[in-house]
Design a protein around this ligand. Structure first.
Ligand code: NDP
Length: 449
């Protein structure tokens, strides 16, 4: 029988890879994990975690503005120090990086700080010419920002660099209108940067419910964010003063201090020499896998963004867990991709689960839609003209809730709990039978008309 250096070799120590490595080790496997950058991956190092901390920092701008209505005088001028927030956030990222490293080590996983590529069905090549063998290889290398290859694109940054900016830009242009674009637009706008968001179509946050994204667009414009639609990137020119002039279709050029590309993320499969083991990718570069995360090579699996199924951290974690339980836990497990809740940490945030109204009409035909369009109590006292919108989409046949979509303060916190009910297939009646928790925003969910 063949012997290998490891039972499992994981390439990439992000959310999916770390979970898979840790659980496989707990199931008794001898595991190594290779990471060329830092343990933690996109979410922890340059994604969800630092982004959410910046969102918290940005919220203070609104609270400080509203403070006097609540009886608090904030001394003027009230200054924001980007460098302080940035450094504190990066220090927290360091803390988490260490915590992830400790978790792996305490489970006996060997961490190899190196780029790793596929040398064969059971072989991994490491930097420096070393090759190791493993019974099973898991590829969990994630995705990277896609940057349109226009002239001068090298002057722009991506979300990777946004967390390290030496100073707060006075003016920023954000390309794209998806998650990252809208989240950073909100963050920079609250910090006082002049934000212009440009997109090739006129749709923001494609895939989210139309009424909810319309509300975000309306509030974002009210807050001072400029949107330019049908604006395809033509190029960036750098002036002698360091300013960047961006040209685009259908609009006048615009001069800014920083250009942020938020135009999607692509699987990080390039350069892995997958062909050495017959691992196939699709036309977007995503590794093709079956329901058990197995690639077209029997001994190689893949989880997370590199498979481009659902680009969300908790999904990658579930896939990593399912892989470990299937391959090393003697418990074949697949991930249920139905009713995955998601959120955009914009200002205000939005969140959704299940089908949008449009999707439900297309799939089910007859649907019933219940909404609540209201101003949160806090916003009323603050004289903040910002309305929340909750929408419940039900199957007209049995009143089962098939979609729930929200925009307003704390929408992601509220939706996570409500998503349990949607996933469980509860009806509108079940919501109505639940007594409201008053006064709260969430009570609107059981009072929808
Ligand atoms: P998204 O897919 O959300 O949005 C991409 C945007 O870029 C769209 O507006 C799209 O326009 C536009 N675009 C795509 N390709 C091009 C191109 N070639 N030229 C010009 N514009 C283009 O991507 P993000 O980069 O914002 O985020 C990547 C992924 O990361 C998300 O899909 C999400 O899964 C995940 N993420 C999740 C977060 C969360 O859970 N809160 C936060 C951040 C990221 P159009 O719509 O017209 O195609």
């Amino acid at each position: 029988m063949a012997t290998y250096d490891y039972d499992l070799f994981v390439i990439g120590a992000g959310s999916g890879g770390v979970r898979a490595a840790r659980v496989s080790a707990a199931h008794g496997a001898k595991v190594a994990i290779a990471e060329e950058y830092r343990v933690g991956g996109t979410c922890v190092i340059r994604g969800c975690v630092p982004k959410k901390l910046l969102v918290y920092g940005a919220h203070f701008a609104e609270d400080l503005k509203d403070a006097s209505r609540f009886g608090w005088d904030v001394p003027e001028p009230c200054e924001f120090h980007w460098n302080r927030l940035r450094d504190n956030v990066l220090a927290d990222v360091d803390r988490l990086n260490k915590a992830y490293t400790n978790t792996l080590e305490s489970h006996g996983v060997e961490i190899i700080n190196s780029r790793a590529t596929i040398a064969g069905p059971h072989e991994v090549a490491l930097a420096g010419g070393r090759t190791v063998t493993a019974k099973v290889i898991l590829i969990a290398v994630g995705a990277r920002p896609h940057v349109p290859q226009c002239p001068g694109h090298e002057y722009g940054i991506t979300s990777n660099e946004a967390f390290h900016l030496p100073e707060l830009p006075r003016r920023i242009l954000i390309a794209g209108a998806g998650y990252i674009a809208n989240e950073f637009a909100g963050i920079f706008n609250e910090f006082g940067t002049k934000v212009t968001l440009i997109n090739r179509s006129d749709v923001i946050l494609r895939g989210y419910d139309e009424s909810i994204r319309d509300r975000l667009l309306q509030i974002s414009i009210m807050k001072g964010i400029d949107f330019r639609f049908h604006a395809e990137f033509r190029g960036i020119e750098k002036g002698e003063d360091g300013c960047l002039t961006v040209s685009m279709t259908n609009h006048e050029p615009i001069t800014v201090d920083c250009v942020l590309f938020a135009t999607g993320r692509v699987p990080n499969s390039g350069g892995l020499t997958l062909e050495n083991a017959g691992v196939e990718v699709d036309d977007k570069g995503a590794i093709k896998v079956d329901a058990y995360n197995r690639s077209t090579c029997d001994s190689i699996y893949a989880v997370g963004d590199v498979t481009n199924r659902v680009q969300l951290t908790p999904v990658a974690i579930r896939e990593g867990q399912a892989f470990a339980d299937t391959v090393f836990g003697d418990k074949p497990t697949t991930v249920d991709y139905g009713c995955i809740p998601s959120a955009v940490f914009s200002h205000p945030p939005m969140a959704g689960v299940g089908m949008t109204e449009g999707e439900a009409k297309e799939k089910l035909g007859a649907v019933k839609v219940y909404t609540s369009d209201f101003r949160a109590m806090k916003n009323v006292l603050a004289e903040r003209n910002e309305r929340a919108l909750y929408k419940m989409v039900c199957d007209a046949a049995d009143n089962r809730v098939v979609g729930l979509h929200m925009i307003g303060p704390d929408a992601p916190e509220i939706l996570q709990a409500a998503a349990v009910a949607v996933k469980a297939g509860l009806t509108k009646d079940a919501f109505d039978q639940t007594v409201a928790l008053h006064p709260s925003m969430a009570e609107e969910l059981v009072l929808l008309k």
